[in-house]
Design a protein around this ligand. Structure first.
Ligand code: NAD
Length: 491
């Protein structure tokens, strides 16, 4: 049977791309082809940008109170279709259905927060800055905004941006990951059902060339990106060189520090979930566990036990707690990194390099792996693995642990497990990362907080979600007005 061909959605209608090239979208649990995605050529980005620019002229003048009515309706539809959206995520990405539902809940939460736009985008007024003169600042939308997304949260990540962009009066082009583009097809069916005016929300599928056409397009004013660090750096540089505002969230290598007074059971469960949930393919996955002092012995044993008991298999199976990784290439890359780690002196505690799941022999499965990473400068200690692999390091003091956290190139997240308020306070003050967890393993900010990556995990100034997104998608206009007293008349 011919695989379904995914379409673009431009100017309120579904369109077959004229792309010369297409990619197979593969179910990572079965290696079956789910669909074919077009690598849309620059001309189709141009068409979407022009349609979005035309729609912007009306949409920006729709009162914010009316724009959010579309979002209220969208939230209801997303909840009604939660099971379809989640199943689609599991099929194309591999994560468990529970993880996929959690992902969509976060997407919905962003729609809810953006419903507060009438107050979130309010301006400021100062009366009488001089005699008879007032000054005001208003926020206006920037125009056409593009969203470029990664494979690991195909349902949620576009929603870190999209609800805020449209609620503030911008029009949008979404470019989903070419590896997981199916869930956005469902999202766009919902946008159509909501009845957004044509051109307000557009979908253009594609790969690197499509993204570069976005970065070079003169009409597109803002680019929101989430993906790996090398691509984030490229997006930021090329977008900025073309005069756009850009927010580019990149990769990560998240350390988790465990003090001897941490609660053994809770910490073990949470750290294992962080490292192996979503098969380690979260930008907030624990990648290095740094035990301090006497924490070393008990936690190594407990984490090894938690890793070994993880149930690996198809994300559709209810008993399963860890699905496959995204592709054969990704599996081979992760195995290669483990091999490099061993060659550089790491020691295997739990070996998950091979996994054959009955009934799913062609799937891209790994099991959780834990290694003692002897050297903090080794490849495994510094490189984002993006797979179910946890490296262990050991130090003697909290200061040494914080120093280790801070010498990493990334700054997405760092967590501390402890019963000590003083240690927690020191950690949250001194760790050079943008998202901190204290007795939390995945410190994912709620929609009303910014997703605050630092260092090589983020390029830009304003992050996704919350007030940051509102500021990113609006430009401030300051107006100084003089109305001399002598002009006042009484009618
Ligand atoms: P990726 O960088 O390969 O792809 C992301 C997007 O960029 C895709 O839409 C892709 O089409 C496009 N792209 C890829 N190469 C390009 C190029 N050379 N030029 C222009 N565009 C290009 O990322 P991925 O593998 O899909 O996602 C995983 C990465 O995303 C991990 O590094 C992970 O840490 C990161 N991530 C970060 C966050 C965060 O909030 N910081 C969240 C989720 C994922």
């Amino acid at each position: 049977m011919q695989a379904r061909l995914l379409k673009n959605y431009v100017g309120g209608s579904w369109q077959v791309s004229a792309a010369a090239e297409h990619l197979d979208v593969i179910n990572p649990a079965t290696a079956e082809t789910l669909a074919r995605v077009p690598l849309s050529p620059p001309g189709e980005v141009d068409q979407a940008a022009r349609v979005a620019a035309a729609a912007f002229e009306d949409w920006r003048h729709v009162p914010a109170t009316e724009r959010i009515q579309y979002l209220f309706k969208l939230k209801t539809l997303m909840e009604a279709r939660l099971d379809d959206l989640s199943r689609s995520i599991t099929l194309e990405n591999g994560k468990t259905l529970g993880e996929a539902k959690g992902e969509m809940r976060r997407a919905i939460e962003n729609v809810e927060v953006a419903c507060g736009i009438p107050i979130l985008m309010q301006g400021d007024v100062s009366e009488d800055i001089a005699a008879g003169i007032d000054e005001l600042m208003i926020r206006q939308p920037v125009g056409v905004a593009a969203i470029v997304a990664p494979f690991n949260f195909p349902g949620m990540i576009p929603f870190w941006f999209l609800p805020y962009a449209v609620a503030t009066g911008n029009t949008v082009i979404v470019k989903p990951s070419e590896r997981c583009p199916i869930t956005m097809q469902i999202a766009f069916e919902l946008f159509e059902e909501v009845g957004f005016p044509p051109g307000v929300l557009n979908l253009v599928n594609g790969g690197a060339d499509t993204v570069n056409a976005i970065l070079d397009h003169p009409v597109i004013q803002a680019v929101s990106f989430v993906g790996s660090t090398p691509v984030a750096r490229h997006i930021y540089a090329r977008g900025a060189a073309n005069g756009k505002r850009v927010q580019a969230q990149g990769g990560a290598k998240n350390p988790i520090v465990i003090l001897p007074d941490a609660d053994l059971d809770m910490t073990t469960r949470i750290v294992a979930d962080s490292a192996f949930g979503n098969a380690g393919q979260r930008c907030l996955a624990a990648s290095l566990a740094i035990t301090v002092g006497e924490a070393q012995g008990p936690f190594i044993d407990a984490l090894a036990e938690a890793a070994s008991s993880r149930v690996v298999g198809s994300g559709l199976d209810e008993q399963v707690t860890m699905g496959p990784v995204i592709s054969a290439a990704s599996k081979a890359r992760i195995q290669g990194l483990i091999q490099t780690g061993l060659a550089e002196g790491a020691e295997l505690i739990v070996d998950g390099r091979e996994a054959s799941i009955p009934g799913y022999e062609k799937g891209y499965f790994l099991r959780p792996t834990i290694l003692e990473v002897a050297n903090p400068d080794s490849t495994l200690a510094r490189t984002e693995v993006f797979g179910p692999v946890l490296g262990l390091l050991h130090v003697d003091t909290v200061d040494q642990a914080i120093a280790l956290v801070n010498r990493g190139a990334y700054g997405n997240m760092a967590c501390l497990f402890t019963g000590s308020g003083a240690a927690a306070r020191k950690f949250r003050s001194e760790a050079m990362v943008g998202n901190i967890g204290i007795n939390i393993g995945v410190a994912a900010p709620m929609a009303f907080f910014p997703f605050s990556g630092w260092k090589d995990s983020f390029f830009g100034t304003l992050h996704g979600q919350s007030r940051h997104a509102v500021e990113f998608y609006t430009q401030t206009k300051v107006i100084v007005e003089r109305w001399p007293k002598e002009w006042s008349r009484t009618f």
